[in-house]
Structure formats: C-alpha cells, structure tokens
Design a binder for this molecule. Structure first.
Ligand code: ATP
Length: 360
C-alpha cells in the first residue's frame, strides 16, 4: 500500500493542448479512488501521469512522501489494467498470468505458487489451461486483473476495465473488483465515465470536467452535497432536474410556470437574482401520497411514462421545462395526463445561474 499526493499537476500535450489543470489530491493508503467524468475530461491523462506513461508538465507527484515525477513505471511500483485486456492469445491463462514474473527471471516454482494463489483469488483455477479465446469476456477481464495483481504492487491503476463487458457482467465484475481490493488492499485508482460504477465502487470519487476537478468526496457527499450544477447533474440516474427562475422579493419564480417558491428558509438565495432550482427525480411525492411533508406543489404534463418494475420514471413538462420524476409503478400516469406532486423543502437545491455554483 502507498499513499499518493498530486500537487498542482498540469498536462500540456506536445501539440499545445492542455488536458489537465491544477490537479490536487491526496490519496490515502489502501483507498479506492474513482476518477469520473465525460469523455475527454482528462481522466486517462491523469491516470497515465500517475503510472509514469505520460510526463507531468508541471506539478509534483509523491509516492509515500518521495517525489516520483521522474521515476519509470516500474520504479513506481504500480500495475495497470487497461480497457482492452491485451492478453496473449497463444498463451494459456496460466502463462498469461505468470508472464510478467517469467520476464523477471523468477523461479518457476515460485511462479507456480503465485499463479495458483492469484487464480484462487479470481476464481480462475478451473481455467488455467485454457486460451483467452475459450473464455467469456468477464473471465478474460479477470485474467487481465490477475496479471496485474500477481506482482503485489502497492498501487493498482485501472482504466475503464469493464467497458468491454455486457451490463450483467459489469455488475458482477464490479463487486469482484471490490472484493479483490479488500483482499489485496492496494491503493487503487479507477477511471470510468460511468457514474454508477463510481458510486458503487469508490471510497472517494473525483469528478472531472474539461481538465479541472469539480469535486472530490464520498459517494454520499457528492450525491447529497454537490458543489455545482455539473456534479449535481452528473451523479444520479436519472439526473437531477433543473429549472431556471428569478428571485423577486421573497419568492423564486420558476420560468414559464406559475410555480413560486417562498424563500423564507433560504436567506442566501435572496441575495441572487437568476437562480437554478434543482430537485432529484425521487424527491417528488405525488399529491395523493403527501402526508405532513412541507414543500411546494408542482403541476406537470406527462409526456412519457417508463415502467421499470421497481419504479416508474415519468418524463413531463413544467411549462417549457423538461423534468423527470421517479414514482411508485402502481401510480404510473398516462401520456397527456396532468399530475401534481410535492417537492419537500428539504429536497430543494439552488444554484447561481452565472457560475452554476450551489447556493447554501
Ligand atoms: P475518455 O473517457 O474518452 O477516455 P478521458 O477523460 O480519459 O476521456 P483523456 O484521454 O485524458 O480523456 O484526454 C483528455 C483530452 O486530451 C482530450 O481532449 C484528448 O483529445 C486530449 N488528448 C489525449 N491524448 C492526447 C495527445 N497525445 N495529444 C494531444 N491531445 C491529447
């Protein structure tokens, strides 16, 4: 296990494009960190700088307190699993897992012990004689992980390792990777664009956009205390709803609606003029189910209802604004129906329209 510190890390590629700006992060021993964000936000670049596969243009990177900027990938004690498994097609699972150790000239008996131990951790014992083409996608992925963990590195880096798997395999591998992490305890940095992966796997998530860190926090913190519209909209599925509005005296008037939100409990919102009102789809309570929750009632015109089994996602319009709410499947409304639901005061978010930062 290692602790890692990234201080003011910048990456400018030779063509002059800056992919990462002022990246600061302290990663604790054994922590599972997920870097998440849309395509092109600089996740892989950051991971590759940590691995030593890409130069750090500016800033400092420390491993266990020692400056590591100039160390080679091998000297850093890191192992990396990529999106493409890059297994050797002509080698068996046993040979693929043991290949790295063989290159190091390690004794065959030691290699055998280690390969068998690794295969046990990954549930691959039965497949050691098979070639990669005789394996499922999930099994191949486990071989790729095995090849990385056999070296007992202190830092484990993964770049979208599940993206070649189908939805079901991804769910299974998610928990397998968490399980392996518990067993080997290596500090892990995992890159994905999938917020569900980030939420379910991370100790802490780093949300990135356009080369900048937007927020670092536990899944709980990011979900309930997003710092800006981007994080609020990126974390959560379906995403948070946003409706623009204008503050007039003690009220927030939502654009193109007759909804007014009293701001008695939101003194800070009153200091702004143009505000974005946010609420999560699951915060909505249909009028018929409201008990003693206090909030505002909103009327919406249903466009599509998606019955998913355990809940229904209702896509609707408040004035010209598209929103989605998550309700009990037994209450599924018809297209064209007008529904009324309450958003409790405690579930409301407000953001400044200019810089899109949360107001609180
Ligand atoms: P994805 O999820 O699509 O892999 P990412 O967040 O991992 O995206 P990066 O691969 O880190 O993004 O790329 C960040 C930005 O840097 C992108 O705009 C990309 O086009 C650019 N970029 C990546 N590699 C190079 C390079 N070698 N030279 C110039 N620009 C590059």
């Amino acid at each position: 296990m290692s602790n890692l510190v990234l201080k003011g890390i910048n990456k400018i590629y030779p063509n002059g494009f800056q992919a990462v700006y002022g990246f600061n992060l302290e990663i604790n021993n054994g922590e599972f960190i997920v870097l998440v964000g849309p395509s092109g936000c600089g996740k892989s670049t950051t991971l590759r700088m940590i691995a030593g596969l890409e130069d750090i243009t500016k800033g400092e990177f420390y491993i266990d307190g020692k400056l590591a900027n100039m160390l080679s990938p091998r000297q850093r004690g890191v192992a990396m699993v990529f999106q493409s498994y890059a297994l050797y097609p002509n080698l068996t699972v046993y040979e693929n897992i043991g290949f790295g150790l063989e290159l190091l000239g390690i004794d065959e008996e030691v290699i055998e012990q280690k390969v068998i131990k690794t295969a046990k951790i990954l549930g691959l014992e039965e497949y050691l004689d098979r070639k990669p083409r005789e394996l499922s996608g999930g099994q191949r992925q486990r071989v790729a992980v095995g090849r990385a963990i056999i070296r007992h590195v202190d830092v484990f880096l993964m770049d979208e390792p599940l993206s070649n798997l189908d939805a079901k395999q991804r769910v299974t591998m998610r928990s397998e990777i968490i399980d392996i992490h518990r067993k080997i305890g290596a500090t892990t940095i995992y890159v994905t664009h999938d917020q569900t992966e980030a939420m379910t796997m991370a100790d802490r998530i780093v949300v990135m956009k356009d080369g900048y860190i937007q927020q670092v926090g536990t899944p709980y913190e990011l979900y309930f205390n997003p710092v800006n519209v981007f994080v609020a909209g990126f974390i959560g599925e379906p995403p948070m709803n946003f409706v623009k509005g204008e503050v007039i005296d003690n009220l927030l008037l939502l654009n193109q609606t007759d909804v007014n939100i009293p701001l008695n409990n939101y003194e800070l919102v009153k200091n702004h003029k143009n505000v974005i009102f946010g609420f999560r789809p699951e915060a909505a309570i249909l009028e018929a189910h409201v008990k003693d929750e206090e909030g505002i009632l909103i009327e919406a015109l249903v466009e599509v209802s998606e019955l998913l089994g355990d809940n229904t996602n209702v896509y609707a319009k408040i004035g010209d604004n598209n929103i989605v709410i998550k309700i009990d499947p037994h209450d599924t409304p018809e297209m064209g129906e007008v529904i009324r639901f309450l958003i409790p005061y405690k579930s409301m978010y407000f953001f400044n329209q200019e810089d899109e930062k949360v107001i609180k």
